[in-house]
Write a protein that binds this ligand. Structure first.
Ligand SMILES: [Fe+2]
Ligand SMILES: [Fe+2]
Length: 260
């Protein structure tokens, strides 16, 4: 049964809680997922020192991982760098290449950079769409295809990413290529839902930054799949046991029609 841990929005910098990092790394070692996903916003202001701390955290992950950058991972105080090489620092410290794939135990993960240097994100270029098509075509036939972006495909009337005016089109595109699960972060509010093409869209909150929102404490998602269903467990930090505990669970049927 493939399992994933989905972290997001660590935001190294002011307000980051290093104690939570320790617990998360221990949870990863104990839960032993097939892969760990970190869906962007590693830093607060894309400073070198913030990225260096992110790299140290990644070095402590005991399982294969896949990462993408978030909007905060583009330099903000260096406008020329932001416009010309927005992900140079991300590539220096986190991962060489902003779009990437990972195969693990029946999972085929595609990380897609959907940031824009000037506009709220949610943009996939024509080249990125072609890349998704190519990668989906080479995925093992029975693999569960998962796409990871930073910005939310489901925006619930708030924080609409500029590039996702038509989320149903994006979901239809992903469904055509056999994607069953779409993961994102950015809003710092966890959620999970199954959308009409049958794709499960799940969002992780902020794992370890002080930027918690709307009463959600820090958290991450644990995702488990079998032949019939996809389960998303939202795990919130609870100070009393000083641990992440499962506070919500969602279960969705896997839609046969979505399989590639
Ligand atoms: Fe964030
Ligand atoms: Fe973000």
């Amino acid at each position: 049964m493939p399992t994933l841990i989905h972290l997001s929005d660590l935001h190294y910098g002011p307000g980051h809680d290093a104690h939570l990092d320790e617990i998360i790394l221990n949870d990863i070692a104990a839960l032993n997922p097939d892969a760990v996903i970190i869906s962007g916003d590693f830093t607060m202001r894309a400073r070198h020192g913030e990225f260096a701390r992110a790299r140290a955290f990644l070095a402590g992950i005991s399982r294969p991982w896949l990462a993408i950058p978030g909007n905060h991972d583009q330099p903000i105080f260096q406008p020329l760098e932001r416009l010309t090489r927005p992900f140079a620092r991300y590539e220096q410290y986190v991962h060489n290449g902003v779009d990437s794939t990972l195969e693990a135990n029946g999972l085929f993960l595609l990380g897609l950079n959907d940031n824009h240097p000037l506009l709220p994100g949610g943009f996939w270029s024509r080249q990125q769409r072609a890349w998704v098509e190519e990668q989906a075509a080479r995925a093992p036939r029975d693999a569960v295809k998962v796409v990871v972006t930073h910005h939310q495909l489901l925006w619930e009337g708030k924080w609409r990413p500029a590039g996702f005016w038509y989320p149903t089109r994006a979901l239809a595109f992903l469904a055509r290529h056999g994607v069953e699960l779409a993961l994102n972060g950015h809003t710092h509010v966890p959620s999970a839902a199954q959308m009409p093409p049958g794709i499960v869209v799940a969002r992780a909150g902020t794992a370890s930054s002080g930027r918690t929102r709307h009463g959600n404490s820090n958290g991450y998602n644990l995702i488990a799949m079998d032949d019939k269903q996809i389960a998303v467990f939202v795990r919130h930090y609870d100070a009393q046991p000083d641990a992440f505990v499962t506070s919500r669970a969602f279960t969705f049927p896997r839609r046969v029609g979505a399989r590639g």
